[in-house]
Design a protein around this ligand. Structure first.
Ligand SMILES: [Zn+2]
Length: 77
């Protein structure tokens, strides 16, 4: 650690404001300002939700495809 402690660290995300807190994502901790910390946390929550919804939707569609296949039985022809 060569950097002097009195020098303020710039925000990892915007690089405009002084970093005031830490944000951990995917095992990596970065220094960010309060504004970016809020934004990143909200963003992460939305992304997580989006993935969960995506999984549910694709599973639903898969079930529907299975039902259609069963209904179109070759015995009817
Ligand atoms: Zn920032």
């Amino acid at each position: 650690m060569h950097a002097p402690s009195e020098k303020p660290q710039p925000c990892w995300s915007c690089r405009k404001r002084e970093a005031t807190g830490t944000y951990t994502h995917a095992g990596r901790t970065v220094m960010v300002c309060a504004t970016c910390l809020d934004r990143l946390e909200v963003q992460e929550a939305f992304e997580y939700k989006g993935l969960a919804i995506d999984k549910l939707v694709s599973r639903d569609q898969y079930d529907e495809v299975g039902c259609i296949r069963r209904r179109q039985s070759p015995l009817r022809s």
